[in-house]
Write a protein that binds this ligand. Structure first.
Ligand code: F6R
Ligand code: MG
Ligand code: MG
Length: 370
């Protein structure tokens, strides 16, 4: 049976500030998606959240880029935005960049990760959701999961992973994409994806000789919408999501979570203009409080049957990730002490907004030639 998972998210108003989500918005999401399920438009759904982002997970049979599913997401966000306006939530409707819906939410503000595949007898999937950072924040963990044998033991000791994986990388400035195969092209891949604000992993595919899986069907997908470029002005960082299938010829669930034991640095945080550690947290702790952060990630684990999503399991709600949270807190404190200085603050070209043009304009007569 061919099924599709569509994880579609938007910030349609924070409570309070950019910290979290008001429960009324979750309720509206639940109501709308339950109606769609009753009508038979979708098989199942989950409404989730991280920070100020409302997360709609659709389980259906309409394939990727389905106008039906995208419109359902769009209309749900519109209804939630109306409530956000009523409650004067902060930035109400901020990620709904246009009024005219045209069949697909891409380029309209919301972020999307989708996977269409044939159900295996047992189908474990993880939905990752980040707040206060950008899509390139998934580059490091995806490399670790699918290409780094120091993270993923299966690459070395499971024969079905020996053929490696293929990474589809988008150049989000030039709007081009390229596929690179690991392990053979690891160095070239790393040369690109280390520049995470420009080269972003969109999909990961099984290697061409994978014994169990179709090499044309992605096993991981990341939302790569660039809000600031879509809108041509600052409207918030993109706060990405990702879907990753696991086990049985793919990295094990524990190998998929393992990269987050390191609170590596990502760009975003306060005013979308700072580097900070990504902190893996439980659903209950997914509020961005300290300096509007630090950037957070939650992991929702599912088993998928023909007619339901079993889950979510709150995967970072686990003392095994306490050390990572502590380390993230320490790094946050260390970086904060550097105030407005790079590399805590992002370099000029990566900041979401800057007063520099005004300052330079104000001082223009006072600059003298050296
Ligand atoms: C980061 C973010 C927040 C805001 C900050 C200032 O992505 O959304 O850190 O940038 O709270 O918001 P304004 O300028 O609306 O007061
Ligand atoms: Mg916000
Ligand atoms: Mg957000």
């Amino acid at each position: 049976k061919q099924v599709t998972l569509s994880l579609i998210k938007a910030d349609i108003g924070g409570f309070p500030g950019h910290v979290g989500i008001h429960p009324n918005l979750i309720e509206i999401g639940e109501r709308e998606l339950m109606n769609a399920k009753k009508k038979g438009d979708i098989i199942d759904y989950r409404v989730m959240k991280v920070g100020d982002d409302l997360q709609l997970l659709f389980y259906h049979q309409h394939g990727n880029d389905s106008p039906l599913i995208h419109e359902l997401a769009w209309q749900t966000f519109k209804k939630a935005a109306k409530e956000a306006h009523r409650l004067r939530l902060y930035g109400a409707g901020q990620d709904l960049l246009t009024n005219a819906f045209s069949g697909n939410v891409k380029g309209m503000g919301p972020g999307v990760a989708e996977l269409t595949f044939s159900l295996r007898p047992s189908e474990p999937v993880v939905a990752f959701m980040m707040d206060k950072t950008e899509p390139g924040a998934f580059n490091l963990p995806l490399y670790r999961i699918f290409a780094d044998p120091f993270n993923t033991a299966g690459l070395v000791i499971d024969p079905s992973l020996q053929g490696g994986f293929v990474f589809e990388v988008w150049d989000i400035m030039k709007h081009t994409s390229v596929r690179l195969k690991t392990p053979e092209e690891s160095y070239q891949l790393l040369a690109l994806i280390g520049a995470k604000s420009r080269y972003v992993i969109k999909h990961v595919y099984p290697g061409p000789d994978h014994p169990k899986l179709n090499p044309e069907i992605p096993v991981a997908s990341v939302s790569t919408e660039k809000l600031s470029q879509i809108a041509g002005e600052y409207v918030g960082k993109d706060d990405p999501v990702a879907l990753i299938r696991c086990q049985s010829g793919l990295p094990a669930l524990g190998e998929v979570l393992e990269p987050f034991a390191l609170p590596y640095l990502v760009s975003g945080w306060m005013r979308g203009s700072h580097n900070g550690p990504i902190m893996p947290v439980s659903f209950d702790d997914a509020n961005c409080t300290r300096f509007d952060g630090p950037p957070r990630i939650v992991a929702a684990g599912f088993q998928i049957t023909e007619d339901q999503l079993v889950g979510p399991a709150d995967l970072f709600k686990d003392p095994a990730f306490d050390e990572a949270r502590k380390e993230a807190s320490k790094i946050a404190t260390y970086l904060r002490r550097q105030g407005p200085f790079e590399p805590h603050r992002l370099p000029l070209q990566d900041m979401e907004y800057t007063t520099l043009p005004q300052i330079l304009n104000h001082l223009k007569d006072r600059f003298t030639t050296l």
